[in-house]
Design a protein around this ligand. Structure first.
Ligand code: UDX
Length: 430
């Protein structure tokens, strides 16, 4: 099949690559010639494992075709996918201006019987609005339908998630769109969930909200463990063995961040409010997540007292490992707080240091992790990059002013840390 993808962020670019790997012809619309040329060289402006290589491979195969000729691409395609951002507005609701702008632009360009697919995460009912915008500008002879096909990929494992989805959700009332989208995804594994457009839109928000709920739930259990002297790792393990609960997303720490959970939980809460429904549980999930960062800060204050003029080493700046994304990162929040309190922060992250320095220009970053220990009054582990486990901790300790470690991701072995002489604090583990 031939399709056009509009939007070259995480969802747009990775989806384009995977559809191109399946043998479809995929036009990836780009506005700037410089970005187009960079993409043709396999240069991607964010870090995602394996993506540059996959972009180069599919371009060389001729199936991925980055282009600035939107009109040519759209008129040649039977499927057009909208994969642009839906950032949060001040009030937490999703800003749909980019989605609507794309709808206006593509409407006069569509060939007959095109299926327009919304892959961006959008509030329930957006499909109808997009369809209305396109209908107004569609040429008289053409017909089209708008479907919802939400994406569930995770940053850091985006390609693997797209190549091996658990489910492919297709939301449409149109028989033609349904068969086109079933055909488009035919070689991929995973259950097909064919439903109406509104339900498909809600599946995406509900999934993210539920995962966020699991995280906030286990974080509250972790806080309780701190109070009663229990171990949250064992509690989560014991809970997760029940297949009705499952072990995934029960890892406690300083809470969730990233470009999806914070935004989508807020947006779903707003959607409910717009329909005069107060989603109390979701409100609590959001509040618990914000409080979790403050709880960790309280722990630091309790042990170190004033942090003014102290040197604090930070391991990890991204919102999770295997990405350079710092959006809504708990680590960035904690670094800001430390700066506000007058501390000197020395940080290391394998990928996110450049983005972090753009965000916090006064941040001092080190080229190697070991350096954050030198002269530090404490070291904070804020992102669970696996390589932090393999650091020569005992040797690193020698350079510290006081051997204190706060592990905000519960990634280190508490007993081993103490045996090495660290004063070690984590979340919900005695
Ligand atoms: C998420 C969803 O998983 C994905 O399906 C959706 O398409 C987009 O949003 P992503 O934001 O890339 O993906 O990362 P994810 O791995 O889900 O982690 C989100 C945040 O939750 C991270 O900050 C992570 O550290 C945190 N988290 C995750 C926990 O604190 N505990 C857990 O047990 C799992």
């Amino acid at each position: 099949m031939t399709l056009t993808i509009i939007g070259a962020g995480y969802v747009g670019l990775t989806s384009a690559v995977v559809y191109a790997e399946l043998g479809h012809t995929v036009y990836l619309a780009r506005r700037s010639i410089e970005k187009l040329e960079a993409l043709k060289r396999g240069e991607v402006d964010f870090y995602e494992p394996g993506l540059s290589e996959a972009v180069r491979d599919t371009i060389n195969r001729g199936t991925l075709r980055p282009t600035t000729d939107l009109a040519g691409a759209v008129s040649d395609s039977s499927v057009v996918m909208i994969c642009v951002g839906t950032p949060p507005r001040e009030d937490g609701s999703a800003d749909l201006s980019q989605v609507f702008a794309v709808a206006e632009t593509i409407a006069p360009l569509l060939a007959d019987h095109t299926v327009v697919v919304n892959k961006s995460t959008v509030p329930v009912g957006t499909g109808e609005k997009v369809e209305a915008i396109i209908q107004k500008r569609l040429s008289k002879q053409s017909t089209m339908s708008v479907a919802s096909c939400p994406e569930f990929l995770r940053e850091g494992t985006a390609l693997a998630d797209l190549r091996n989805p658990d489910r492919i959700v297709i939301g449409t009332e149109s028989i033609r769109a349904r068969s086109a989208l079933l055909e488009l995804h035919r070689p991929l594994p995973g259950k097909r969930v064919v439903t109406d457009r509104r339900s498909a839109e809600l599946i995406k928000y509900s999934s993210n909200a539920f995962l966020a709920t699991k995280i906030s739930f286990i974080n509250e259990i972790a806080n309780l463990c701190d109070e009663v002297g229990a171990n949250v790792d064992d509690v989560a393990y014991g809970m997760g063995l029940d297949p009705r609960i499952g072990s995934a997303f029960l890892h406690s720490g300083i809470g969730y961040g990233g470009s999806c959970f914070p935004k989508d939980t807020q947006a779903l809460h707003s959607i409910a409010l717009e329909h005069d429904y107060e989603f109390k549980l979701l409100k609590a999930v959001i509040e618990v997540n914000q409080a979790q960062r403050r709880q960790f800060i309280r722990k630091i204050k309790k042990t170190l007292g004033e942090v003014r003029d102290k040197t604090i080493g930070v391991l990890g700046l991204s919102f999770k490992p295997f990405t350079d994304d710092i959006r809504q990162s708990a680590s960035i929040d904690i670094v800001r707080w430390l700066h506000d309190q007058g501390a000197r922060v020395v940080a290391y992250d394998p990928q996110a240091e450049h983005k972090a320095m753009q965000e916090i220009p006064r941040l001092q970053v080190c080229p190697v992790a070991e350096e954050v220990f030198t002269g530090a009054h404490a070291v904070l582990v804020l992102t669970e990059w696996p390589q932090f486990r393999c650091l020569p901790w005992a040797a690193c300790k020698q350079g510290m002013i006081s051997p204190i470690v706060f592990d905000g991701r519960n990634m280190l072995d508490a007993q081993h840390m103490r045996e090495m002489g660290f004063q070690y604090y984590s979340v919900g583990r005695p």
